[in-house]
Design a protein around this ligand. Structure first.
Ligand code: CAA
Length: 264
């Protein structure tokens, strides 16, 4: 059964075990205004809480853009204090995406710029078409990324290339983004649905609770010293071993049969 919640600027659909969140301002290349960001936060909270949902897909409406960034119209009139608070709010949303205990896949076709790339970088998978363009062009507006871009780009591709992209505002094609490991996969436009489905199919064979622990181990561990992160990994390992699914996974292996996970 498909459940569709139609909102003006964001579509939120649940089909089977997958929740799809679509940024829905195609005429503005899905630019992020306050309404989109609020609805996005609400949709993610709902998808995380829904025990039936295994995977979340984030995408953009239309065939031109995943998202061309923050709504420049809205940014224009902000004071320094308002801009700082807005930045903290968007950062809270992107950080929340990294804490959601379910895989989030960014399905990218077209422009993926500024705040759009910041959202994509907070996802766990980035699957893009070969027509997609990536960049943090804020410098061209004499501003800087405020949704986590300076930090996540640097963590994902390293300081050398991150500073180059940030300081020149250059847009790069998907193939270059793949080379820099900014995206996982690049496919022709007509193969995008199948590529995303293939990842979903693979993830659905795993225990949802284990996927959540893996996500926490990587994302939280990255912010710790190696020693602390290794200890944290051991704690997550302990939590994994305490799940019903791990009992089933280990037993199924020993019984030489396929495991059946319940996400518990
Ligand atoms: N905010 C608001 N509106 C936007 C927008 C944005 N970020 N990006 C595009 N649009 C609107 C355009 O104003 C235009 O609207 P109208 O038809 O009403 O004029 C419509 O979308 C189509 O855009 P263009 O006519 O510009 O399309 P194009 O094909 O000529 O160019 C583009 C496409 C290169 C992506 C260009 O739109 C562009 O450069 N957009 C801005 C990209 C950008 O600078 N993003 C960073 C924003 S700041 C940010 O994101 C801060 C942060 O860290 C969160």
């Amino acid at each position: 059964m498909t459940e569709v919640h139609r909102k003006t600027v964001l579509l939120y659909e649940k089909h089977g075990k997958v929740a799809t969140v679509t940024l829905n301002r195609p005429k503005a290349l899905n630019a992020l205004n306050t309404g989109v960001l609020k609805d996005l936060r609400d949709a993610l909270v709902d998808a995380e809480a829904d025990a039936d949902i295994h995977v979340i897909v984030l995408t953009g409406a239309g065939d031109r853009a995943f998202c061309a960034g923050a709504d420049i119209q809205e940014l224009r009139d902000k004071s320094a204090i308002e801009a700082r608070d807005w930045s903290l709010w968007v950062q809270e949303i992107t950080s929340y995406m990294e804490r959601v205990r379910k895989p989030i896949l960014a399905k990218i076709n077209g422009f993926c710029l500024g705040g759009g790339l910041e959202l994509a970088m907070a996802c766990d998978f980035r699957i893009a078409t070969d027509k997609s363009l990536f960049g943090l062009p804020e410098v061209n507006l004499a501003i800087i990324p405020g949704g986590g871009g300076t930090q996540r780009l640097t963590r994902l591709i390293g300081k050398t290339k991150a500073l180059e992209l940030l300081m020149t505002g250059t847009r790069i094609y998907a193939e270059e983004a793949l080379r820099l490991t900014l995206v996982n996969t690049v496919v022709p436009v007509e193969a995008l649905d199948a590529a995303v489905e293939a990842v979903i199919k693979e993830l659905r064979t795993k225990s949802a609770v284990t996927l959540g622990l893996l996500k926490l181990a990587v994302n939280n561990g990255l912010e710790m010293s190696l020693e602390q992160a290794l200890y944290y990994e051991a704690e997550c390992f302990g939590s994994a071993l305490a799940t019903e699914d791990s009992r089933e996974g280990l037993k199924a292996f020993l019984d030489k049969r396929k495991a059946e996970f319940k996400g518990k």
